[in-house]
Write a protein that binds this ligand. Structure first.
Ligand code: GLC
Length: 741
């Protein structure tokens, strides 16, 4: 297995030149093609071997009958052709960002190339790069794949070779790094210890490695596993299928991926009903598929968290089978059992999320058991210390195995009122307008069944386990009051918790503005979300179509400035609205209780490319495709510079470049930039949005705009200043002046 390089502990970064730091592809190819013509070698054969090794070696390989002197002449001719042609030599994408980052991190660096000195200097100068140390084929006896160049560079920089990162875009170069005992980062789809899509990616990973804790200000992405990618053609998503799409996530700027439950399960609630906490369900690919996915994600510098569902198990869990066999069974107390009420009915008035009472009678032992979800999801008894100890071990098991943390399912539900008192009923005018739960459920004031203060003690004990592994715990807590929610992330409790204000909301700009400001002020540790697999998609709730998409994007721009973590639900990066699921084709247990509340529309397959199966599956998907258009797909949006995907990617790329100055402080302040303008300032970073629907806003920019949702030409290199007119839902990021620290 590959090592996970310790980017925080690096002592130097050693970069190859051609194809890595300098984009010279066109001129290298031209030179070799001319040379091939002169020497009568087929061009394709030349281009296949020319990259990454010294010219002399390539010539000797291609013309094995030539003697050493003739090889030297032929190689000199080849080089002469290259010296003459610097016309389209330029710095590789992200090169200058990387070099600036190395500078800021105080990391020494060098260029180690198989080119000769004269050529290397000419190309680097053409790309505007002046390395503090340059080793060429003139300085070392053996070119790549021999490790000599890299070892010499480490020696000259007085760095431990094991703490030098080699960055390469060719097999011989990577082999040289590995032979030198150095961790490697590979470009162009090659696999090193790290796999980069460009040098800006490495800059980001180096900055994140110096951010403590690692999840601070991270970008998260929720993968709803059944609907993300199917590698087997059975129409059901799996871990290998998800692994095929990790490059999409890395390019988007994702730091941490949340996988919905992959444990063994009868799938009555699509994985949220677990029958074995230590085994990966075969339908998701089994244990080996998880190991492979973790390795692939880690190689791209992303972390992966699982989904800890321990409010309840599946009724197929061996604990429940044992517990329901006899009142005297040692596992009996893992669940919550009560005698029937005097009339033989349920012990109290609590309700199941999925309809009807929260109690089911078990004939075998003559008692009711509690389930806040379906009868197939019996609630665990969190007042039993033996259960708590078991769950500690489950967490420990997965963190040791390579998971980087957990999203905690129904984190505020675990502990129930010790006396199981009835919930009071709410007066009709107090009903909170939330989705994803039945009307019946909304009629109660859930004072006794959920959100009990004792739950914090459970989170505190998990936190101790997580911190031993530098892991991250983020809670699913449907507590909309930011002040109360903040208590879940106080002190040594959960690291973060989702704030669902924007998930529960339709489009009401004034309300959103007020709510978001209150949440931003409540804690710097909240997780910002607009959607998930349980609620209608953001673009739909915000009005649908192009308007819904613009509104969602404007909120993403605001979220990008807030301290905490920012999350994207799969498909949100495409601006997807709800998928269309014809009557009778759904699969959600909630829909049996109240069809209008079905969660299926948010769970239809991810549209990767046009055509049957949407690139999600070659078979028949488990949920309908949802009526996606070609323009909804990743493939179509990738190719369109003005698409939702490209714009969100641009937002996140800009945000991560500004992360350093912004993260200098967690203080966030609302700024008054005029009527109808929502603006936040955090250190040197500002987010400005016009949330109004019909009216443009005139704004005098207090700092240069480096991102504009409506104008791809605005970048940190080409900022916009002065007075701007913001169209409805147009949003900007501004940068500077940086705080002194
Ligand atoms: C959470 C999940 C939801 C699931 C429920 C029961 O709310 O997000 O999908 O049905 O818990 O585990």
């Amino acid at each position: 297995m590959r090592r996970r390089p310790d980017l925080g502990g690096l002592e130097a970064v050693l970069l190859d030149m051609d194809g890595t730091l300098v984009d010279s592809d066109a001129s290298v190819e031209r030179a070799w093609s001319t040379w091939a013509g002169e020497y009568g070698v087929p061009v394709d054969t030349v281009l296949a071997v020319a990259h990454g090794s010294p010219a002399g070696r390539t010539v000797a390989h291609l013309l094995p009958r030539l003697g050493p002197e003739e090889v030297a002449i032929a190689a000199r001719r080849q080089l002469a052709l290259q010296y003459d042609d610097l016309s389209d030599v330029a710095a590789a994408p992200g090169a200058h960002e990387l070099l600036a980052t190395l500078d800021r991190c105080g990391l020494p660096w060098a260029v180690v190339t198989s080119a000769d000195g004269r050529l290397a200097k000419a190309r680097l100068a053409a790309a505007g790069i002046d390395p503090p140390l340059l080793l060429t084929i003139d300085d070392v006896r053996h070119g790549k794949p021999d490790p000599e160049g890299y070892l010499r560079a480490a020696g000259l920089l007085r760095a431990d070779p094991a703490a030098c990162l080699v960055v390469e875009d060719s097999e011989p170069g990577l082999a040289a790094g590995t032979a030198a005992g150095m961790p490697t980062a590979a470009l162009r789809g090659l696999d090193g210890d790290l796999r980069l899509f460009d040098l800006g990616h490495l800059a980001h990973l180096l900055r994140r490695a110096r951010t403590s804790p690692w999840w601070r200000d991270a970008v998260g992405y929720q993968v709803y596993l059944p609907s993300f990618g199917d590698s087997t053609g059975d129409g059901w998503g799996d871990l290998a299928g998800a692994g095929e799409h990790l490059d999409h996530l890395a390019r988007l700027g994702v730091d941490v991926v949340w996988l919905t439950p992959f444990f063994r399960s009868p799938m009555r609630d699509h994985g949220y009903d677990i029958a074995d906490y230590r085994v990966v369900d075969p339908s998701f690919g089994g244990d080996a598929a998880l190991d492979e996915l973790l390795a692939r994600a880690h190689r791209r510098g992303m972390r992966v968290i699982g989904d800890l569902v321990v409010n309840h198990t599946s009724d197929a869990h061996p604990w429940f089978t044992a517990a329901s066999s006899s009142r005297a069974d040692p596992y009996r107390d893992y669940y919550i059992w009560r005698d029937p009420a005097p009339d033989g009915g349920p012990p109290n008035n609590w309700l199941s999320h999925f309809g009807g009472p929260a109690w089911t009678f078990s004939e075998a032992t003559g008692q009711y058991y509690l389930h806040l979800f379906s009868p197939e999801q019996p609630d665990l008894n969190w007042r039993n210390p033996a259960l708590a100890a078991q769950v500690d071990e489950v967490i420990e098991h997965w963190l040791a195995r390579g998971l980087d943390g957990f999203r905690i399912d129904t984190a505020a539900y675990l502990v129930k009122d010790a006396d199981l008192r009835d919930n009071p009923l709410l007066p009709a005018d107090l009903l909170v307008p939330v989705g994803g739960v039945t009307m019946e459920w909304r009629r109660q004031d859930h004072r006794h069944d959920i959100h009990q203060p004792d739950v914090h003690a459970v989170h505190e004990r998990w936190r101790r386990v997580a911190d031993r592994h530098d892991a991250f715990l983020v809670g699913e807590v449907y507590e909309l009051d930011p002040g109360t929610l903040a208590r879940f992330v106080d002190g040594e409790r959960l690291h973060s918790s989702f704030w669902f204000g924007l998930v529960e909301s339709g489009w009401d700009p004034e309300r959103i503005d007020t709510m978001l400001a209150a949440a931003a002020a409540a804690s710097p540790r909240l997780s910002w979300v607009q959607g998930n697999h349980d609620r209608p998609r953001a673009a739909t709730r915000y009005g649908g179509g192009q308007v819904g998409r613009r509104r969602s994007l404007a909120l993403h721009v605001l979220m990008a400035s807030l301290p905490g973590t920012m999350w994207i639900y799969q498909g949100e990066e495409l601006g997807l609205g709800d998928g269309h699921v014809p009557r009778g084709h759904g699969a959600d247990p909630l829909a049996t209780a109240e069809p209008g509340q079905s969660r299926d529309a948010a769970r239809t397959p991810m549209p990767w490319r046009p055509g049957p199966g949407l690139g999600f599956t070659t078979g028949r998907p488990w949920l309908p495709e949802g009526g996606r258009t070609d323009a909804d797909t990743v493939a179509a949006q990738e190719a369109d510079p003005a698409s939702h995907l490209t714009t969100l990617r641009r937002l996140l790329t800009t945000r991560r470049r500004l992360a350093g100055p912004a993260a200098a402080t967690d203080e966030i302040a609302r700024a008054d930039l005029g009527a109808g303008v929502t603006a936040y300032r955090r250190g040197g970073l500002w987010a400005v949005a016009n949330l109004r629907d019909a009216t443009a806003a005139e704004v005098e920019l207090p700092a240069p705009a480096v991102f504009d949702s409506d104008d791809p030409a605005v970048t940190p290199e080409r900022p916009r200043t002065g007075r701007v007119r913001l169209a409805p839902q147009q949003a900007l990021l501004l940068a500077g002046p940086w705080p002194a620290s």
